[in-house]
Design a protein around this ligand. Structure first.
Ligand SMILES: *Cc1c(COP(=O)(O)O)cnc(C)c1O
Length: 215
């Protein structure tokens, strides 16, 4: 457990399947973690973090950035349309683009602000009612819609159902990405990031395995 251990395990998994470890970004998911634990990981030199709530992130990251300098922040939790501007000001990447209304709002604000975070389309690979994301069957059309809006779509993101083999979902996400000419794959968490790396993840989102269980 801990940052160094996770970095080593990512590098080992990547090398074992002929990938360059440098092609996998480790997003340290700091949501709900005590500031002291986040500061410890910043002290180790890590600079890519994930948060799932705009408000929580807004409360702590301006301060960390003041102290530690530039940090890459990734939004990995649901985004309400009325928080889009705040999210675009704070985050370098948004992994939860999942509906036309959000896409048009981001496009309009990107024009106005003259910048836009990297975007990942979230796909509900398990077709779960309670989960966000576009359905796999709608993903191609949604990616096209986003491209028509000139949005910088970097890749796809998924959160597999808890009780299913994640590899099937990672493989499905990779397939949808490939046929849409997308290279970014945001997939893999504490329990399955090595599997995700094997199936092509470019961004793994690891929280508890780095910081310990969330209080
Ligand atoms: C919380 C969260 C993670 C990290 O989960 P861990 O099991 O703590 O690694 C990854 N992705 C998303 C979308 C999350 O909400």
């Amino acid at each position: 457990m801990g940052l160094t251990d996770i970095q080593t395990r990512i590098a080992t998994a990547a090398t074992a399947c002929g990938r360059d470890p440098g092609d996998v970004t480790l997003i340290a998911v700091s949501k709900k973690q005590p500031d002291a634990r986040v500061a410890a990981v910043l002290d180790e030199g890590h600079r890519s973090f994930g948060e799932n709530r705009v408000q929580e992130a807004d409360g702590k990251w301006p301060g960390f950035r003041d102290t530690y300098g530039a940090c890459d922040l990734h939004l990995i939790g649901p985004l309400q349309t009325n928080k889009t501007r705040a999210a675009m000001e704070l985050f370098d990447a948004i992994h939860v683009l999942d509906r036309p209304k959000l896409a048009t709002t981001i496009a309009r604000l990107a024009q106005e602000m003259g910048k836009c975070p990297d975007l990942f389309v979230q796909v509900n690979t398990g077709e779960e009612d309670q989960k966000a994301g576009v359905m796999p069957a709608d993903a191609d059309a949604f990616v096209t819609t986003c491209r028509d809006l000139d949005l910088p779509i970097r890749g796809l993101m998924c959160i597999p159902p808890v009780d299913e083999e994640p590899a099937l979902h990672f493989a499905l996400l990779a397939k949808i990405a490939e046929r849409n000419g997308l290279t970014g794959l945001s997939m893999g968490m504490s329990g399955d990031f090595e599997t995700a790396v094997r199936l092509g993840a470019t961004h793994v989102r690891v929280g508890s395995a780095i910081f310990g269980e969330r209080p």
